[in-house]
Write a new protein. Sequence first.
Length: 329
Amino acid sequence: MKRYLSLVVLLMSVVSCGTGGGGGGTTTNQPAAQTLSDVVTDGRVNAIAVGSDGTTYIGGDFTRVGRSTGYGAPLSTIDAAPWSSYARVNGPVYAAVADGSGGWYIGGSFSKVGTVTRNNIAHIMSSGAVDCLWDPNANSVVYSLAKGTGTVFAGGLFTSIGGSSRGNVAALDVLSGTAQSWAADTNGAVSAIAVNGATVYIGGSFTMVDIQARNHIAAVSVSNGAVHAWNPNANDSVFALAVSGTTVYAGGMFTSIGGQSRGNIAALKDTDGSADTSWSADANGSVSSIIVNGSTMYVGGNYTAIGGQARSYLAALNSAGGAALDRQR
């Protein structure tokens, strides 16, 4: 399955479990002193010189110089600069969700956070420490995360997580990381999850959920994973989901969903999954992320036009009708 990576910005400091383990006891994992090998530029370097005080000067065909951040990028809330002290995630991060207490859950295709072994999923506490007790240990990639009451829902392309066999989607205990009895196994990757009240919406490249036929998008019970009747029946993969009020926004690589022709993005009714006929924002390429903020929604993907306007990769839309908003807004 072709994946389009969502932009994930983690406003946190990532550190590692202490050698003593247990209960989140920690030792800050300071990065090694920065050397020239840690520096990256956005263009060719033509000249390097070292001064008498040890300062290195570089020149070339570039306009930006910065520290190599690895696959996660903790940013300052003041000036958006990468934090000077954090541990690197050693593989792609595809999903992040706040834990509600100042920390974060992250998912992706990695095996370490700093010096701590964490396979594809981890919890970073508000202190910036890796949670020593929370280690679901997914056996393959995690593409999506969402938090419910006492539960972290994880989707991806795994068969084992939280100490149990699960088919690409699981409900994990928020404190221990063990898999709950909840089950809604799919026959394909789960790339998007959204929780709203008693319902968990999932999207991906599957055609079955449990024993029910569901093409790429489905709604299941938050309590036990039972499949709901809601069935938009997308004709190709769904990569993004967001819920606002009575509307479920879906993005992906489809041309039909909810009984209507739609170009990779749609607004669906939460009652029956039908597409809102008054809403249209067709994109000419895939949509991989959606965030709704009141009357505005932000959409990321691999497109050059959306909502009736030329927009490349990132756009702001009117959430009520789907029209692209002016760039100044």
